[in-house]
Design a protein around this ligand. Structure first.
Ligand code: 5AD
Ligand code: SF4
Length: 463
């Protein structure tokens, strides 16, 4: 098989040297870091690397921003409101920084891959110490070293994805489940989406690196992994995505394998077969539909029709009987008519989705859709969004009621945030289950009988 998009590998070794130097400068100072992540799971995974680097540099984490000696914002730019949110946050930090000598503020992530944003930070937010992008996040130790020793502001963003960075230390948020990136970037150029511009061309990670990471995770006690990529189905590095699933399926200690996201145009019969044959595969597929109108799908550059999508869903459900299917939907794409929107609602119902992430179209400068003159007015977008949410909630509730009286396997993730006697976890179908229990089963796989389906979770009883 051809290695169409496999990537050169950049190893962390040079940066590790900077980590050691900063760690010796920080020794005995009890310095703390606070990190805030905006956006998707890929950003969460990047933040886990940034946290890992900070720990190697001698910082410990804090959830209290007021106690931090270094504050990191890992940004997202998929929608416009993330930008406003960031400016709000960093604006407020100006006085905090004046009051706390030595406090460092770092901004990184997708938003920093946009030149105009970095210019704005340089000009209007001079209290920001370090800016870097997604492609050079592994350089954080070097940049921090320069900030400390040269005493000047650092703005350094690589324009391209020069290779996949390996051996970066990682501090995982969870001790039970873990994200494992398998591809970076995206080649699909959906006409509304900024990701290909800020994350670069798609690159697949070496399968041996992936397998070694998962073996290590299993030895640390992780039970469940989620393979991550903008479009995992186009993984291609000496093997395709189903090939990768078979390749990692002999790792012992990992009970559950998930993946996201799948582009419908690339979901192959072999993937469905692999999901059926590999016992660790979870019974959930996230398959973004975006719109139910053929005309809008074409304008979005999605490369499938609604019938092709529905046919795919039928095929998946036929082969994988207990599968849960979730999706992403955008309302208010430029030129979307009332009929287009009605088609989205119809296809949503027909597909019988179990849950969905819903989005109001947001203009992203640099993308083809942003230049269109037929943008939809906010009041129309909001009205359509409210109708969509109401359908999504009704159908999610229906799907959850359908699970009542079933006995489902739950991977227990911990105690509920609101009630100490309630444990919470996820089914193989990726639904949240809360159940009363006075023993702490965190990290265990247990059987739970579903007694009630709610819109946002299932209520169960341990059996
Ligand atoms: N406006 C609204 N939603 C968007 N998404 C991506 N770009 C935009 C945009 N400009 C949504 C898509 C994608 C999800 C991660 O974010 O539905 O699948
Ligand atoms: Fe964006 Fe489309 Fe790529 Fe998903 S597949 S990241 S929506 S361009």
């Amino acid at each position: 098989m051809q290695n169409r998009n496999s990537a050169d590998c950049i190893v962390f070794d040079e940066q590790a040297e900077y980590c050691h130097q900063i760690a010796s400068m920080n020794r005995g100072r009890n310095l703390k870091y606070y990190i805030e992540t905006l956006g998707c799971q890929m950003n969460e995974a990047d933040s886990e690397q940034i946290s890992g680097m900070l720990i190697q540099m001698g910082y410990t984490d804090t959830l209290d921003i007021a106690k931090a000696d270094i504050i990191v914002f890992n940004t997202c730019c998929v929608r416009e409101n993330a930008e406003f949110k960031l400016y709000g946050h960093i604006g407020k930090l100006k006085t905090v920084k004046q009051l706390k000598e030595g406090l460092l503020i770092v901004i990184c992530g997708c938003m920093m891959q946009q030149k105009h944003i970095v210019e704005k930070i340089k000009k209007s937010y001079k209290h920001i110490d370090i800016v870097f992008g997604t492609h050079n996040r592994h350089e954080f130790p070097k940049l921090l070293f320069r900030r400390i020793t040269e005493k000047k502001k650092i703005y350094e963003v690589w324009e391209d994805n020069k290779g996949i960075i390996e051996k970066v230390p990682v501090k995982r948020k969870s001790i039970i489940t873990a994200f494992v990136p398998i591809t970076y970037g995206c080649d699909n150029f959906c006409s509304y989406c900024i990701v290909p511009y800020v994350r670069g061309r798609e690159k697949s990670r070496n399968p041996e690196m992936i397998k070694n990471e998962i073996i290590n995770l299993a030895s640390e006690g992780i039970n469940e992994i989620t393979l991550l990529g903008q479009n995992v189905n186009s993984y291609n590095c000496g093997m395709d995505f189903p090939g990768l699933l078979y390749y990692i399926s002999d790792i012992s200690g990992i009970d559950r394998i998930r993946f996201m996201t799948s582009h419908p145009k690339d979901l192959s019969d072999n993937l469905i077969k692999a999901m059926k044959e590999i016992p660790q595969m979870c019974s959930h597929i996230h398959l973004p539909l975006q719109s139910g109108s053929n005309s809008i799908l074409k304008q979005m550059n999605r490369k499938y029709t609604k019938d092709e999508y529905l046919f795919l869903i039928e095929k998946i459900r036929e082969s994988l009987k207990d599968i849960t299917i979730s999706t992403d939907i955008i309302v208010g794409f430029p030129g979307e008519t009332e009929d287009d929107f009605q088609e989205t609602l119809q296809v949503y119902e027909k597909a019988g989705f179990d849950f969905a992430y819903t989005f109001i179209y947001s203009k992203r400068s640099g993308t083809p859709a942003a230049n269109r003159e037929d943008q939809i007015p906010d009041d129309v977008k909001n009205r359509r969004f409210a109708k969509l949410i109401s359908l999504v909630n009704d159908m999610t509730l229906k799907s959850n009621i359908n699970d009542e009286n079933k006995v489902l396997q739950v991977l227990v993730e911990g105690k509920s945030r609101t009630d100490d006697l309630v444990m919470t976890g996820r089914t193989r179908s990726n639904k949240i289950v809360n159940f009363k229990c006075d023993t702490d089963f965190t990290g265990s796989l247990i059987d739970v009988k579903i007694v009630k389906g709610h819109t946002w979770h299932l209520e169960g009883e341990k059996i």
